[in-house]
Ligand binder design. Structure first.
Ligand code: AMP
Ligand code: MG
Length: 417
């Protein structure tokens, strides 16, 4: 299916972003769940129903500091009750409350039998022979969280498929769990290719540039919830590419930068296909990032297929390709919904003249203090200009076709976080 698209370069014949994303979604399946410690599970998708092992709360507890009373003893304000025992959090009452009696009780302490309301300290006054209650609105049940009000033993308190937020991890802990079955983080291998690349530790010689993309792509992978492994700079040499890609194919997802365009040294697509990775698409109607390559290699060991993205070498092209396509694939592997890459509506701060036959992602800053989000395009030299793009908060999305976008118009914005 990709043959026709892959060989054509006329923008109108390339798959749109939406079509290419649909091809990605169709080939990505969630990884199987495994047992994961709570501390490592933030943001993962739960792979089991979690049941309460005990009632929560396990006893009727006071929600305030005050006095436990029998509401029928306090029919009128100004009633005086004698003060019995004092119950702190962690203690249990020694006996039921007697008629005409109040017990001092702290927040979180177990409510004595026969007591059916807690009167806050602020509504009481110490008088001769006990305390006087001044709580005109006193009602049975007030300031008490009954046993099992949150959940009863056996209730499902976290449903399979939910994303594990900090609060949900706390719920798991409150029902005695230290581990949960959750979809694990995908392993993402990163392979920067190019004879001109040197590591950041070196001063580039004539014609050389530093490899920045390994760093950006590894950080993007980590930000998306994956575990990134950088394979090191790979030369534009068939043997070197083959060896690096074979190693990268052991991961759930291989992200390559460079070598996917039409140049003589762009050997990535043919090397991948020789390794058994079937091309799904090559080139998408998008700017920057048009040469993007996506393929899949089935495995024989029952694991989900290896997914491979070849991103263009230009740093902003690979950044946009990652945010739009690779993150969607990581979301799919994580079993998450598909909403993280969807552009948000924002207003344009200034007029912007867009030219081009492809939908264009243009770096822009977001004014967060505005009443509604307002974005301003940054002055940018194109897909090789990482420094200016890095000053932005994300990308404004302009549709194909030359047009003057007016200040105040609503435009899509893809956040870069
Ligand atoms: P390519 O897609 O291989 O033709 O590369 C396009 C441009 O991106 C060239 O100017 C490369 O030098 C540059 N480039 C490729 N890989 C990287 C990288 N890892 N870091 C920074 N720039 C790169
Ligand atoms: Mg190259």
């Amino acid at each position: 299916m990709s043959g026709g698209w892959g060989k054509s370069t006329a923008a109108a014949e390339l798959p749109s972003v939406a079509e290419a994303l649909a091809l990605v979604h169709a080939r990505v399946a969630a990884l199987p769940p495994e047992s994961i410690a709570l501390a490592a599970a933030l943001g993962l998708v739960l792979g089991e129903d979690v049941q309460a092992d005990i009632d929560a709360p396990p006893f009727a507890k006071s929600l305030v500091d005050g006095y436990a009373v029998r509401s029928r003893d306090v029919a009128d304000s100004g009633q005086v009750l004698r003060v019995g025992e004092s119950i702190a959090a962690g203690q249990v009452p020694s006996r039921a409350l007697a008629a005409g009696e109040a017990a001092v009780i702290m927040t979180g302490a177990a409510v004595p039998d026969q007591a059916d309301a807690i009167v806050m300290h602020e509504r009481t006054r110490v008088v001769a022979g006990g305390i006087e209650i001044n709580d005109a609105k006193l009602k049975p049940g007030q300031n008490i969280l009954p046993r099992g009000r949150e959940a009863h033993a056996g209730d499902v308190v976290l449903a399979r498929g939910c994303v594990l937020t900090p609060a949900r991890l706390g719920v798991a802990a409150s029902f005695g769990r230290t581990e949960l079955r959750a979809i694990r983080r995908p392993k993402v291998a990163i392979a920067p290719t190019g004879d001109e690349l040197v590591p950041p530790t070196q001063i580039p010689g004539p014609g050389q540039i530093r490899d920045s993309s390994s760093t950006t792509l590894a950080a993007l992978a980590a930000q998306a919830g994956a575990v990134a492994e950088t394979l090191g700079i790979v030369a534009d040499d068939p043997g070197a590419l083959r060896a690096a890609f074979a190693k990268g194919l052991e991961s759930d997802l291989l992200v390559i930068s460079g070598g996917v365009s039409a140049g003589k040294h762009d050997l990535v697509p043919e090397t991948l296909e020789a390794l058994g990775v079937a091309c799904v698409f090559h080139k998408v109607r998008i700017k920057p990032g048009k040469p993007i390559w996506f393929g899949v290699k089935p495995r024989t060991d029952g694991r989900t297929p290896a997914l491979v993205f070849g991103l263009p070498g230009n740093p902003v092209g690979s950044l946009v390709g990652f945010l739009v396509f690779v993150r969607a694939a990581i979301d799919g592997l994580l079993g998450r919904g598909r909403d993280r890459g969807r552009p948000l509506p924002v207003r344009l701060a200034r007029d912007f003249a867009h030219k081009g036959d492809r939908p264009t992602y243009h770096p822009a800053t977001l004014q967060e203090d505005a009443l509604e989000p307002v974005a301003a395009a940054v002055d940018w030299a194109g897909s090789a200009d990482l420094s200016r793009a890095a000053a932005a908060d994300g990308f404004l999305l302009f549709e194909a076709g030359d047009r003057l976008y007016k200040a105040g118009e609503i435009v899509g914005f893809l956040p870069m976080r």
